[in-house]
Design a protein around this ligand. Structure first.
Ligand code: PMP
Length: 442
């Protein structure tokens, strides 16, 4: 049968590479096109309904179309969209962020996680006067050239596990940039120390995700983050914690509250905007004040100027209105209790369903996000995570998708739950997950 999605796709491929607007949205044989979303569900143009555990790649924490958020957005749209002049909303949201995340003393806004990490890195470089950054192998920090390194690849390109090479993740990223990036192995604190110590005189910052959420859901082990922070302090390197996925999701204070660490800079995105484009970076006052100086007028009187930060759409009032509504709701502990309870039921149910069928797979979770590592009982390192059976994950995910649950994305995106997911959603999701497991068993 010719579906509406197929018809749209046939048109789309002529004018959009792959018929989609991001590599991650490609789907074989063609993607479905969404018509609307509400609460825990997404509906496609053919009227199919999906329980949504992709949740806009983690951006939707409270569910789609949460009424307080929609109301705030509507009211703001009536008042003004972007005017590139500060509004009081910017102060309200900044205050909330600094209140929820105490390591963040000062904050600036951006529009995407990519921008937030780019600005945070540049600020760290400006502040320290050094050029290099170190990133955890397997870590994802967005799309700019400085971080599209050592994310994924064949092991011979990635190099020695304990002394990884700086391996490009994409064509088009200048080879010269490799000289500014050093990779280190997450969860191997001795190897991490050796690398950072060797490079310390040139390193402005270390950037890492607290939970390697783009490598499935790889948790830090043996106090890795605390140790990493200590090493950074000792060696005089700034620690940038990329909380674009984990911020406001794993707890009100993000992963840093959960793992009790205090980074120098933090980046936020996704949940912060409640589905609208908004991101932020912030941290130590002395570091953030790098963005300001007496010479910070245009054109700069002294050259070079201090570290530059700008953007036409920074702190877009409509996104800020959504964010203020989200952050207000997050003041209520019940949100996190519900997220935790719902997540626990779903994720333990998935592991039980796997074990009942004697499938070798591990559900790895942290708060309201999880990933299934097929073909493994335990995963502690990035290389182990990369070696799990991502093809089988994709197959299972697809089997569930056609039955009405988006468990993340068949291309490997992990799953999330939202405040809008009900126990009926979870029962149904688990039922479909079981059918999915049955259908992929050899
Ligand atoms: N950092 C992390 C940890 C992310 O997961 C992502 C996106 N998945 C980004 C940065 C980039 O964010 P965006 O897609 O909004 O640019």
């Amino acid at each position: 049968m010719m579906t509406k999605s197929k018809r749209i796709y046939d048109d789309a491929v002529k004018i959009l590479p792959g018929g989609v607007e991001s590599q991650f949205r490609l789907l074989d044989p063609f993607p479905f096109y969404a018509a609307k979303a509400s609460g825990s569900k997404v509906f496609d143009v053919d009227g199919n309904e999906y329980i949504d555990c992709l949740l806009s790649q983690g951006a939707i924490l409270l569910g789609h179309g949460r009424k307080e958020v929609v109301k705030a957005v509507r009211a703001q749209a009536d008042t003004c969209a972007n005017i590139a002049v500060p509004t009081k909303l910017v102060v309200d949201v900044a205050k909330r962020i600094t209140e929820y995340v105490p390591s963040v003393k000062m904050v600036r806004f951006a529009n995407s996680g990519t921008e937030a990490t780019m600005h945070a890195i540049r600020t760290a470089r400006g502040f320290t006067g050094k050029d290099k950054i170190a990133k955890a192998e397997g870590g994802y920090h967005g799309l700019h050239d400085y971080v599209l390194w050592s994310i994924w690849g064949p092991f011979d390109i990635l190099g020695d596990e304990r002394r990884p090479s700086t391996a490009p993740f994409s064509r088009g990223v200048p080879k010269a940039v490799a000289k500014t990036v050093v990779a280190f192995p997450f969860n191997d604190i001795e190897a991490t120390y050796d690398i950072l110590h060797k490079e310390k005189d040139e390193l402005a910052a270390v950037i890492t995700e607290p939970v390697m959420a783009n490598m499935g859901c790889l948790l830090p082990t043996d106090n890795y983050l605390t140790q990493l922070q200590k090493i950074c302090n000792e060696l005089g390197i700034l620690l940038i914690l990329d909380e674009v996925i984990t911020g406001f999701r794993l707890s009100r204070g993000g992963a840093q509250q959960l793992f009790k660490i205090k980074p120098d800079l933090t980046t936020f995105g996704k949940a912060l905007g409640g589905g609208y484009p908004l991101a932020a970076f912030g941290g130590r006052k002395d570091v953030m004040m790098e963005l300001l100086g007496s010479e910070d007028v245009w054109p700069p009187k002294r050259w070079p100027a201090r570290t530059y930060h700008g953007g036409t759409y920074n702190a877009n009032p409509v996104s800020l209105a959504a964010s203020a509504a989200v952050l207000d709701i997050l003041a209520d502990d019940r949100v996190y209790l519900h997220l935790d309870r719902t997540a626990r039921t779903l994720f333990s149910g998935l592991q039980n369903a796997i074990d009942d069928r004697r499938i070798k797979a591990k559900v790895s979770s942290c708060g309201s996000m999880a990933h299934i590592y097929f073909g493994a009982d335990e995963v502690r390192t990035v290389r182990q995570a990369m070696s799990t059976d991502w093809d089988l994950l994709s197959k299972w995910c697809m089997e569930c998708l056609v039955r009405g649950v988006m468990f993340g994305h068949p291309k490997g995106e992990k799953m999330f739950v939202s405040d809008a997911h009900t126990s009926e959603d979870i029962d149904k999701a688990l039922d479909i997950a079981g059918q999915g497991f049955d259908s992929i068993r050899p």
